[in-house]
Write a protein that binds this ligand. Structure first.
Ligand SMILES: NC(=O)c1ccc[n+]([C@@H]2O[C@H](COP(=O)([O-])OP(=O)(O)OC[C@H]3O[C@@H](n4cnc5c(N)ncnc54)[C@H](OP(=O)(O)O)[C@@H]3O)[C@@H](O)[C@H]2O)c1
Length: 279
């Protein structure tokens, strides 16, 4: 069985990848307690004694708004941390997969394919793009966008955040003139099932089948879970993001490379969640 060592195994995406693929791959989580990726010596010490075929690097500073205020933390984890892990894995002659985001794009000229030109507009996006530049052409880069999944109490994805608001009868204001591409994490996991077996140092967009405005996405969530959509009102992108970290406005993400797994539409993913006991 192929041995996959990984950082970020306790996170929103990593934990689900392991749940879904655990019978097909031998996962070796390298947790932050054992190896802080910002500590080069710790990284070298831990990885040189580890037996693995591929290293999947999911760990990151992922708080987009926080990154604007805590620039040093975001930089050290996302850029230096990536460099520490990548250089060590490369020295060991092993394969490396770097996970990135739609936030490397500026959202001005959709759609965005694997070969579109990044131009980050937030500090988080900038640090993730710097990470890409360190590994480019020598590692696989997998970008995804707005991942959502079955229940995960440690961190709420956007579907759960909206669902919880509506369940608590709280009103919500959602942007109606921008685009996002929600991605079902179970599909990300299945795609990795293919990518681990077919490694190549290229960029892949593993993203949902359709894009919509956050306002439309919130209405779909209300409809699927029989919640009151009248609680959702709309706002323009410019007004909403006036004093916040910018997200790419028209993040219509597409793939030219994913011919191996058929990603779900947002409605299909939500339907599966609504029928699951894990929601
Ligand atoms: N979530 C999204 O909306 C989204 C969208 C696109 C791309 N991505 C990318 O997908 C990847 C996974 O995201 P996620 O949402 O699953 O992450 P997450 O739930 O926020 O988890 C982050 C992980 O990084 C680990 N970590 C943070 N600092 C570390 C350090 N100094 N040393 C070692 N480990 C450290 C954390 O370990 P602890 O649990 O021990 O703190 C945790 O396991 C990231 O690379 C992210 O940029 C995420």
């Amino acid at each position: 069985m192929l041995k996959i060592a990984l950082t970020g195994a306790s996170g929103l995406v990593g934990s689900r990848i392991i749940e879904i693929l655990k019978d097909r791959f031998d996962f070796i989580p390298v947790s932050q307690d054992r190896m802080d990726i910002t500590n080069k010596d710790q990284v070298e010490k831990n990885l040189s004694n580890l037996e693995f075929d591929i290293f999947l690097h999911l760990a990151a500073y992922t708080d987009v708004d926080g990154a604007e205020k805590e620039k040093t933390a975001a930089y050290v984890i996302n850029v230096k941390g990536t460099e520490n892990v990548f250089k060590t894995v490369k020295k060991l002659g092993k394969k490396f997969i770097y996970v990135s985001t739609d936030f490397v794009f500026d959202g001005q000229k959709p759609p965005y394919f694997e070969d579109s030109q990044p131009n980050p507009i937030s500090y988080y996006g900038l640090t993730k793009y710097e990470g890409e530049r360190i590994v480019r052409d020598q590692a696989m880069i997998v970008r995804f966008s707005y991942p959502y999944r079955a229940r995960f109490d440690q961190k709420k994805d956007f579907v759960r955040t909206i669902k919880t608001f509506l369940e608590q009868q709280k009103s919500l204001t959602m942007v109606n003139d921008s685009l996002m591409t929600p991605t079902f994490i179970d599909d990300i996991a299945e795609s990795f099932g293919h990518l681990f077996l077919n490694f190549s140092p290229k960029i892949y967009h593993i993203v949902g089948q359709d894009s919509m405005s956050p306002f439309q996405a919130a209405r779909k969530i209300a409809e699927t879970f029989n919640l009151d959509s009248r609680l959702i009102s709309s706002i323009s992108y410019d007004k909403y993001f006036k004093n916040k970290a910018k997200r790419p406005k028209l993040a219509d993400m597409k793939s030219k490379k994913n011919d191996f797994f058929s990603m779900k539409t947002f409605s299909q993913g939500l339907k599966i969640l609504s029928q699951s006991s894990m929601i």
